[in-house]
Design a protein around this ligand. Structure first.
Ligand SMILES: [Mn+2]
Length: 306
């Protein structure tokens, strides 16, 4: 495995070595499918740069999750076609899963997610999906491509009957009709804010294991502003982290990706928030395993976790 010159969080070397790391971060800077704002191709590097300023210590978990070991890999060469791109991500993530790493993919636009999903589903035999996103991404195809970022959940729903979409506030009428006709689990942001969707039951009903895909446009623009197709009215930081913590603690999350950040040299904040988000999610994974008794902290927490 070729490691990236910039390690996520920039820790001392022993905590970023591939052989001993529990987690692996794979940058996948593909932006072939972006339809509005550009710059997702530069996002992984921006996240890695920003991550050097993220504190190692998590004041909620009362621990330093980075001590699990987080290796950061060099991005693979990405073919120009969507099919080739997805196959490359499938192969790259499969290799990391074979080495028993907990894999985090940094996009890139959202079209990449089905490649990693397929690798995880092959490893585990079945796989549920939780998507945090402003967009339902259920178009059968978009701009002539069935592998568009606007179709990624349609592709994932072909691979699993168990998908839960949360935070949605942009869809076309055909997507709405497909959701109703198939009784798909979609919690719009309006449902979320007004208590119109039983999210707890929906999370409980997802069979393990679970993959999470976070499109950063799920967030309110005050948290992450620089994204390809922004929509107002998204998750506050605390809303999203509360939801993610619940998913990690109640389900066996086996991998996640974070996609659709765009790079803007005038906006350091969005990349920093995204780096924070990735580290928070890794911390939740670790804390959930500790709570289940499957792991002990590399460093003992100073008090009860929750
Ligand atoms: Mn989106």
């Amino acid at each position: 495995m070729i490691v990236h010159p910039k390690a996520f969080l920039a820790p001392e070397e022993e905590f970023s070595q591939y052989e001993t790391a529990a987690a692996a971060i794979l940058p996948f800077p593909y932006e072939g499918g972006v339809s509005y704002g550009k710059g997702t191709g530069e996002a992984p590097d921006a996240i890695l740069d920003a991550s050097a300023y993220v504190e190692f210590y998590d004041e909620v978990l009362k621990a330093e999750p980075y001590r699990m070991g987080i290796a950061t890999l060099a991005a693979p060469g990405i073919p120009g076609t969507a099919e080739g791109m997805i196959q490359t991500l499938y192969e790259s993530t499969s290799a990391l899963l074979q080495d028993e790493k907990f894999v985090v993919v940094l996009g890139g636009d959202h079209s990449i997610s089905s490649g990693y999903f397929r690798a995880l589903r092959e490893k585990y035999g079945q796989l549920s999906c939780v998507q945090l996103d402003a967009h339902s991404d259920l178009r059968p195809e978009y701009e002539g491509s069935p592998l568009s970022h606007a179709s990624v959940m349609a592709r994932i729903r072909e691979m699993t009957p168990h998908a839960l979409q949360v935070g949605i506030r942009a869809m076309c009428i055909e997507e709405a009709q497909a959701i109703a006709a198939n009784n798909w689990q979609v919690c719009t942001m309006h449902d979320f804010r007004h208590g119109l969707f039983d999210l707890d039951s929906a999370i409980q009903a997802l069979p393990d294991p679970v993959f999470i895909t976070v499109d950063v446009d799920a967030f309110d623009l005050s948290v992450i502003a620089t994204t390809g197709t922004p929509e107002p009215g998204g998750f506050t930081w605390d809303e999203a982290l509360g939801l993610l913590r619940k998913i990690f603690f109640e389900r066996n999350v086996v991998g996640f990706d974070v996609v659709e950040l765009s790079y803007d040299p005038a906006d350091r904040f969005s990349a920093f928030s995204t780096a924070r988000l990735v580290y928070k999610m890794l911390g939740y994974k670790l804390a959930a395993e500790v709570a289940r008794g499957r792991l002990t902290w590399p460093v003992k927490p100073q008090g009860p976790l929750f």
